[in-house]
Design a protein around this ligand. Sequence first.
Ligand SMILES: [Zn+2]
Length: 325
Amino acid sequence: MALVRVINFALAFKVIYLRVSALENGTVPMEFYIMTQQNTGRTRFGPSGNSKSFYDSGLKSTEQSAAYTKEFGLDIFEYSFGRGVNMSDEKAVSIGSAFAALGLELSVHAPYYINFANPDPQSFENSVGYIVRSLKKLQLMGGKRCVFHPGSQGKAERAQAADLTKDNIARMAERLDGFGLTDVMLCAETMGKLGQIGTVAEVCDFCSVDSRIYPCVDFGHINAREQGILKAQKDYYDVINYMFDHMEPHKVRNMHIHFSMIEYGTKGEIRHLDFEDRAFGPPFEPLMEVLHDLNITAYLICESAQRQIEDAAAMKNYYTALGGV
Ligand SMILES: [Zn+2]
């Protein structure tokens, strides 16, 4: 145990050194990624942001979230830039170091303002800017995965809006090389409202445009958009098998997942709930069984309304009891 602590401390020190040199010369060394990828090959669980209990305990800073995440036996934490990327480089390094010191990994959620379905050229530039800024902070935090919402249908025909979204995601991805953003995973999310772009089929299509585009499968959204279709193992198999048929297998095997119970109406998603309220579903147990059965090493982020960390731990405990690691 003591040896593990010494190794963790040495690794954390090295991470800080590498990040500081990355800050100074504007690049992130390859060795850094090799270090942050050391735990690949297993399913990971964690919360999206801080749960109510975190604040109720008197905790405040994101650096403190690292120890809190570890206390629940979890592996990852998703930081939201939903309302904008307003974080200094120093803060990003500080947060990343706190998580790395405990062997935890960070992902981020890009701003909600991104809309690749908007034909306005200025809107496209803004969306690219949000992605690039999110990815640069993510690199300083030592993470690799950035989730984004593809866009909104607006007044256009569905197929037209989805085609434009695909073209714009491809154009955005082409720009990333110029920013040195080569070794990143941009996870296009499946969305919960009818008016949003991001069905499972559309996300599969978007993943074909660039090696960096991966799926973020939000099963709560799928269930809400499709009026409660996810009830049993078979329903989850249907979604995942469809993905295997329409996407490179390694992207399915390394998919990002968002999960929560979500209240829905005729237009889809209304609001996120906690696991205590199961009226709308979807149930998480069959998904854990399917992921375990298919040996899918996903990053699984819980987006419950207030109990993200408790519910993430419930999923991990269930998964571990199946014999999963
Ligand atoms: Zn999202």
